[in-house]
Design a protein around this ligand. Sequence first.
Ligand SMILES: NC(=O)c1ccc[n+]([C@@H]2O[C@H](COP(=O)([O-])OP(=O)(O)OC[C@H]3O[C@@H](n4cnc5c(N)ncnc54)[C@H](OP(=O)(O)O)[C@@H]3O)[C@@H](O)[C@H]2O)c1
Length: 305
Amino acid sequence: MFAVRFDRFGPPEVLVRGELPEPHAGPGQVRVRVRAAGVSPVDLAIRAGRSRSPITLPHVPGVDAAGVVDEVNVDGVAVGDEVFGAVDVARLGGATAEFAVLAFWTAKPPSMPWEQAGAAASGIETATRALDLLDVRAGSTLLVDGASGGVGSLAVGLALARGARVLGTAAPGNREFVESLGAVALPYGPGLRERVPGPVDAALDVAGKGSLPELVALTGTPSSVVTLADFSGPEHGVRVSVGALGGQPDGRHGLAAAAALFEEGRFRVPVEDVFDDAAAAHAAAERGPRRGKVVVAVSGWSSAP
Ligand SMILES: NC(=O)c1ccc[n+]([C@@H]2O[C@H](COP(=O)([O-])OP(=O)(O)OC[C@H]3O[C@@H](n4cnc5c(N)ncnc54)[C@H](OP(=O)(O)O)[C@@H]3O)[C@@H](O)[C@H]2O)c1
């Protein structure tokens, strides 16, 4: 099969397109012919050699993918089904290829564009897990610190769909984007507490840029704050949530519910840009500022490297 691979760690240019043996669906898995694959911070960290996860080279990047099922090793799904999902925790890659093996997935709504579906799974799982931990529900006021990026923009959308009021922090140039998601936009950075209009019930730190003391002060208690990216959380009494890519059990969480919301017109996956070239996609994702997810359109490739 053709795949994006890298044989050494380094900048986006280490990504090349080439031939690799096809993977096959193990027990409980499906294989898809990939149409689109998302780019996430973990993919960038692995490629750059910044991840402590054991990676075997050559490595195929990408944890999120959408495609058409072509091999099934589990009940409840059939060859030809259109799905979106993510790869196995242990593989930490494999999505940016002609074929990818998914460990968790859900049916793609027919009207969901492939680009949105390919970028969706791990971000939806992460955002849903965090919103559940914070018990975000109708009438809650949630602050998302880092609202414009891949996970933050999904957390905004899913919290709004629950009926919450959402405040989202962003760089000055991303204020309009965050407001287009339906949140009240605020500049991120020190002094946040003074900028927040009124009480906040819960705060989600997506960015991991040192805001936990301010978020605890804002909500009044560390139990109303969750961080996805700041491992000093326990020093502040704040829970660090680590999920499908970090060893917790049920990665399926939230995908089917988000797909149903999409079909009702109450949720979408914000996509910043779509690239045929994986190296260009990684470079864009690294550059920022972020406005949702960066995606690689795998279906446009020919089998020639
Ligand atoms: N624990 C888990 O289960 C889990 C799962 C997925 C991801 N993560 C982690 O969560 C983090 C975010 O992931 P992502 O996919 O959303 O990344 P992303 O798409 O790169 O977005 C990062 C966001 O952080 C914002 N940001 C930058 N500096 C900031 C600051 N000083 N204060 C507040 N926000 C700031 C960025 O805004 P601008 O672009 O406008 O500057 C952007 O919106 C990453 O560290 C990732 O590894 C954790």
